[in-house]
Design a protein around this ligand. Structure first.
Ligand code: FES
Ligand SMILES: [Fe+2]
Length: 338
């Protein structure tokens, strides 16, 4: 299994998850305590320099985080500012800090060397926190590698089988894909002309067959898939259809578990809570079906029971390209380290 890529931006949390009460989250194998100080999100290594008690089990006092065990306090730069009972603070008493940026309702983290973190490299998600786009959100933790979830989103033919009852039908696999690779992303486009628009879309949009459908997965390596989905009248321009943006922030927790920050937002039926309720129920089921499948796959792999290398097919063109690029990113990071 390839090593985790830490020199990258990942979604660490929703803005609403982080307040003055510290939040503990493991990202790329690193335990991290996140909290707000003066409104700013701070991320520190989640182990006190005194005796490794998790700082996330402490509390924020006057903008500093106080360890809940013996009361050491740390500022936003990770430097210890107070040791109860003595004036002198032992030299270099500090914890590591992580670079974090808050944008459009997501908190992004750079788990690697903070000096390499370029905020301009964070993908834009203009559909989040945008009143023109209404929808539903979920946070999930899957006990599978982030790579299995990347594969899942780059090959959506699984919708026809795993999600047969909601979003899938044969149009997904009877139509092929085109793949484009840029310097930062792999883009997989599937166009499905003159087909049934899937049961979920029939309910959400009130449309009837035949319709044109499309989904374009824009994978910003290594952490975010934006799936531009749409349904429109046959032969009409895509701009004129119904649009959904499916945002999938995927963040390794460990080599065999990951965080999944998911939003499904649409540019129609805004403010219609009955549509939101229906989408929430249906997509909750979809995410559960993915979780069960991916965790079973991980169990096969972790047990060493894979029967051989994966046999990729034409529909896996995006999977193959993304895997190659992810391997290159991991190798480049490994080479830098040594
Ligand atoms: S472990 Fe944190 S103050 Fe002792
Ligand atoms: Fe799925």
């Amino acid at each position: 299994m390839s090593q985790l890529i830490t020199e990258a931006w990942y979604v660490a949390a929703w803005s609403s998850e982080v307040g003055e009460t510290p939040l503990a989250r493991t990202i790329c194998g690193k335990p991290i305590a996140m909290f707000r100080s003066g409104g700013e999100v701070i991320a520190l290594h989640d182990a006190c320099a005194h005796r490794q008690y998790p700082l996330s089990a402490g509390r924020v006092v006057d903008g500093h985080i106080r360890c809940g065990y013996h009361g050491f306090e740390y500022g936003v730069d990770g430097v210890c500012t107070r040791v109860p009972g003595q004036d002198e603070i032992p030299g270099n008493t500090r914890v590591d800090t992580y670079r974090v940026i808050e944008r459009s309702g997501w908190i992004w983290i750079w788990p690697g060397n903070p000096e390499r973190a370029d905020p301009n490299a964070i993908p834009a998600v203009p559909w989040l926190n945008n009143p023109d786009w209404d929808g539903v959100r979920f946070t999930r933790r899957y006990e599978c590698s982030s790579g299995l979830l990347h594969d899942n989103l780059l090959d959506l033919t699984h919708e026809a089988f795993l999600h047969e009852a909601s979003i899938g039908d044969e149009a997904v696999y009877t139509n092929g894909i085109t793949v484009e690779v840029t310097s930062t992303s792999v883009i997989v486009d599937r166009f499905m002309p003159d087909c049934h628009p899937s049961d979920l879309y029939v309910k959400a949009m009130g449309v009837q067959a035949p319709m044109d459908r499309w989904h374009t997965t824009d994978f910003h390596l290594p952490s975010l898939h934006v799936i531009h989905c749409g349904v429109g009248k046959p032969d009409a321009p895509r701009d004129e259809g119904y649009h959904l943006e499916v945002l999938n922030g995927i963040t390794p927790e460990t080599a065999t578990s990951c965080w999944y920050f998911y939003a499904n937002v649409r540019d129609f039926a805004q403010g219609d809570e009955s549509i939101n309720d229906m989408m929430r129920e249906s997509l909750k089921q979809v995410l559960e079906e993915d979780k069960v499948a991916l965790e079973m796959q991980q169990q096969v792999l972790s047990a060493g029971h894979a029967g051989g290398p994966d046999r990729l097919i034409a529909q896996d063109a995006g999977v193959a390209k993304a895997r190659r690029l992810l391997r290159q990113m991991a190798a480049a990071e490994g080479a830098d380290r040594t």
